[in-house]
Write a protein that binds this ligand. Structure first.
Ligand SMILES: Cc1cc2nc3c(=O)[nH]c(=O)nc-3n(C[C@H](O)[C@H](O)[C@H](O)COP(=O)(O)O)c2cc1C
Length: 209
């Protein structure tokens, strides 16, 4: 698939569009270069400003760095996702907090009684937390790429097993796992595991009424 890098109506330099979207690949192989706490904090500092419904911000993160934590995480990954998770310098369990409503007096003070209203609505909270955590996970992937990092998102794992182990005692429910690191030079800009696959064109995804 050809990547259009011609000048466009974007308000960011073309290199930025390449870094976070056009040239960015999903990466499964990483160098040993560490992903620092400071880098992840800097990314959160930016992506937390992305919008969520009612400003709920249900995204929660578990940063897995230690050999012990990594072993536990890998044990829940599908077979095809084990080796890459074992090798990543940082893996992030991305979760949705079912109890996000507890923060609403601070995050949505303009919505009087939001915490109390949602307290008795478990099904609505499950839906809202998952929808909005996925939205924030998208911001997070773009933010990590903007920090020059490479990301390999994965949905292939035993979610109930992972949640009962790594998220025990919390109201957090995992939605995906991200491997994060620096790709080897030969992976940058070339196929990570297979050739770049196509994308739908605007006219295939959009209708104007
Ligand atoms: C939510 C999500 C779940 C994914 N799950 C897996 C997975 O379990 N295993 C895997 O190898 N790739 C997984 N992927 C990677 C996608 O297949 C990949 O991002 C997509 O094909 C685009 O590849 P590209 O970024 O290199 O163009 C996942 C991606 C996302 C966003």
């Amino acid at each position: 698939m050809s990547i259009d890098t011609a000048p466009s109506d974007l308000r960011v330099p073309s290199e930025v569009a390449d870094l976070v979207f056009r040239a960015a690949r999903t990466v499964n192989t990483f160098t040993d270069t560490e992903v620092t706490e400071e880098q992840v904090r800097a990314v959160w500092d930016v992506v937390r400003w992305g919008p969520t419904a009612m400003n709920t911000l249900p995204l929660r993160l578990v940063l897995v760095r230690t050999p012990e934590g990594r072993e536990r995480l890998v044990s829940h990954m599908n077979e095809g996702n084990k080796a890459k998770t074992q090798r990543a310098p940082l893996s992030i369990v991305v979760a949705a907090d079912l109890d996000f409503h507890e923060h609403l007096p601070r995050l949505a003070p303009h919505m009087a009684g939001a915490r109390e209203n949602l307290a008795g609505q478990q099904a609505a909270r499950e839906r809202m937390s998952r929808d909005n955590a996925f939205l924030q996970a998208g911001y997070l992937i773009v933010g990590l790429r903007a920090a020059g990092l490479h990301v390999g998102p994965m949905g292939g794992y035993d979610a109930p097993g992972l949640d009962a182990d790594l998220l025990a005692g919390t109201a957090w429910r995992s939605i995906m796992v991200l491997n994060v690191g620096t790709a080897p030079a030969d992976v940058e800009g070339v196929p990570a595991s297979h050739p770049r696959q196509g994308r739908l064109d605007f006219d295939e995804v959009a209708r104007t009424l």
